[in-house]
Write a protein that binds this ligand. Structure first.
Ligand SMILES: Cc1cc2nc3c(=O)[nH]c(=O)nc-3n(C[C@H](O)[C@H](O)[C@H](O)COP(=O)(O)OP(=O)(O)OC[C@H]3O[C@@H](n4cnc5c(N)ncnc54)[C@H](O)[C@@H]3O)c2cc1C
Ligand code: SF4
Length: 458
């Protein structure tokens, strides 16, 4: 250990750009055994590790890095799965630069340990060697309903099943995984990794009801009557337009319509609405990770040009820096400091977007610079397809009201410190409770709620 001067930080290798644009396979390669050991060996084994604090799950990072460096792969696997419901997935998709690796003591100077890449490697290697996560046999007659099969629901189900509590999961889509399945593109996360975790939950005794929307296909009163506790992890998928003229044009879309259509097609479901951008000029409005997923998907779909329009500058982009780098490598053009003013339409079809140039003020107390419009700076960007990637809000389904589960002013489910809702039989977590955020924070919520449910039901 402590070999950070001997080995420099290395990121996982990426597939060649020309190759990766031909498909939706993952861009990053899993570390080799040699590379994972070498990178783990850089860890300083800090007494009070900041990486552990930077990780929302408070994973035992230095412990599994040490076991990886010392070739104790069984122990590394056990430690990494102790706190995380799907470490090999989070190793791939967490924005590590602002979480564990951003907090690593080596980040200022020598370069953080490549924590996410080691996490993915050590789990994939364990799976190749036949290892699987362990679950307890189902005991007792208590059972929990999990509504929603995204990271929050999978995490709640995992930690309940580990304690031998029966779980039934209800999902309105035809596949489980939430945004891991129908949101995050395959070039960031191979969908077989999601199915693998779901299959282990099924092996552990979970019952999964697909195409079953609570409030429509099954009533919430049936759920309340049949189960001893309910975990709600229904996400926050309601997209936002920019509230400008012309945005209801026939070729103006929300990010999720675009991304979900591609992912369903890629998974062989041809019944879905698919937005074809081949040979078209695509403009994506927004600067976060969802915008990056849209621009990178557009390039793969054969768009003629792909532009990302963002109202601040590059330094202020909210998403993961590596996704911006990947987008640029793949041919996306960025236009910074512009704000959409109106969509130019002919017969309700967009032909372009009028933009206003923006300036940035000095940073306020929160450290954020305010955006100001530069009057008279209008100009038009041509567009055949316009995609809005401006964030998400929770939907508030009627079933929450029927169950007397309170929501706040922006639609988030209100919970106490134990993730318990106003109706004490209900618990909630993930995007429907905290607002659109990250898979790892949804996983944390599901884990913590499961602990509380276990206490109450034991
Ligand atoms: C395009 C995109 C890319 C992203 N990329 C990343 C990334 O790289 N890294 C990262 O950490 N995070 C990323 N995120 C965010 C992350 O995916 C979410 O924060 C996370 O999935 C939230 O998990 P969740 O379980 O709360 O909700 P979701 O994943 O949204 O799952 C909720 C599930 O509940 C189901 N559901 C809803 N209502 C009902 C009902 N009435 N009955 C039954 N089922 C219902 C939904 O169909 C869905 O499957 C991304 C998000 C998007 C949109
Ligand atoms: S879960 Fe995410 S933040 Fe935590 S160690 Fe893994 S990659 Fe880092």
């Amino acid at each position: 250990m402590l070999n950070f001067t001997k080995f420099e930080r290395i990121n996982p290798e990426k597939r060649d750009v020309l190759q990766r644009l031909k498909d939706y396979n993952e861009v990053y390669q899993v570390f080799t055994k040699h590379r994972a050991r070498e990178q783990s060996d850089r860890c300083m084994q800090c007494g009070d590790p900041y990486c552990h604090t930077g990780c929302p799950l408070h994973n035992f990072i230095p412990a599994w890095l040490k076991q990886t460096a010392e070739k104790n792969m069984d122990l590394a696997f056990a430690l990494s799965n102790e706190t995380s419901p799907f470490p090999e997935i989070l190793g791939r998709i967490c924005p590590q630069d602002v979480l564990c690796e951003g907090a690593c003591s080596l980040n200022t100077g020598h370069g953080a340990v490549s924590i996410g890449a080691v996490e993915t490697h050590l789990n994939e290697r364990a799976f190749e060697n036949g290892m699987k996560p362990k679950f307890a046999p189902i005991k007792g007659d208590k059972k929990v309903a999990v509504i929603g099969s995204g990271p929050a629901g999978i995490s709640a189900a995992t930690f309940l099943l580990r304690r031998g509590i029966a779980v039934e999961m209800f999902e309105r889509e035809d596949r489980a995984g939430g945004l891991l399945m129908y949101g995050i593109p395959g070039f960031k996360l191979d969908k077989t990794t999601v199915d693998r975790r779901i299959n282990w939950l099924l092996e552990a005794g979970m019952k999964l009801h697909l195409n079953c929307e609570i409030g429509k296909d099954k009533s919430i009163s049936d759920i309340e009557n049949e189960f001893d506790a309910v975990f709600v992890g229904i996400g926050a998928k309601q997209g936002r337009f920019a509230k400008i003229d012309g945005e209801d044009a026939s070729n103006s879309y929300l990010a999720m319509e675009f991304l979900t259509g591609i992912q369903k097609r890629n998974l062989g479901n041809n019944d879905t609405d698919f937005i074809d951008v081949k040979d078209k000029k695509v403009v994506v409005i927004g600067g976060g990770d969802t915008a990056m997923d849209c621009v990178r998907s557009s390039v793969r779909e054969g768009a003629k040009t792909v532009k990302c329009l963002y109202r601040r500058d590059e330094a202020n982009m909210p998403g993961s820096k590596k996704e911006v780098v990947n987008s640029k490598e793949e041919g996306v053009e960025f236009v910074f400091n512009v704000s959409p003013n109106k969509i130019i339409t002919i017969n309700n079809e967009a032909t372009g977007i009028e933009l206003l140039k923006t300036g940035l003020s000095e940073a306020d107390e929160s450290g954020r610079q305010r955006v100001s419009i530069i009057e008279g700076s209008e100009y038009i960007e041509d567009a055949d397809v316009i995609i809005f990637a401006l964030g998400f809000s929770p939907e508030v389904p009627q079933f929450l009201k029927d169950a007397k589960v309170e929501t706040n002013s922006w639609g988030g489910i209100v919970v106490n410190d134990s993730f318990q809702a106003s109706n004490p039989k209900f618990y909630a977590g993930g995007d429907c409770e905290r607002g659109a955020h990250l898979a790892v924070t949804a996983a944390y919520d599901g884990r913590e709620a499961a602990k509380e449910i276990t206490k109450v039901l034991s």
